[in-house]
Write a protein of this length. Sequence first.
Length: 161
Amino acid sequence: MRRVDFCTGVVSAAVGLAALWDARNLVMFGEHDVPGSGFFPTILAGLLTVLGLVLAGMALGEHATVSADLEATAPQDARSTGHKMLRPVAVLIAFGVIAPLVAVIGYVPAMVLLVMVVLYGIERRRDLRSLVAAVLIPVASFLLFAHVFAIPLPAGPLLAG
């Protein structure tokens, strides 16, 4: 069993359940069967819960068959487990620090900052494509949610008006 997969699955399922609980009072469908304010949060939270449980279940279902050649690499795998956890933990910390900024500086600037931290700082992809992605992904998602789906997002001082 890979503890990393199991723990990630359990935490994802717990976050999904918390989001489902938080979205329980939101309206699923509005007038004329148009998706309401709770439609996307409920579906995404449900998917996060299910996928987290699947990941945890798959990690539990793995039976380790240790052979002679795997035993030789076991100490190396044990040492590298800590290094494998650094990136996911760094992304969670970055998200936890930057997410509250959405209400202060707006969705687009906060998400540009988050994508830049992930790409430039954590993944160490320092090229023009990363810069373009750091700008286009938040702008495209803002346009999609705010204008196509008509879901209000915090505009912040740059887009206010």
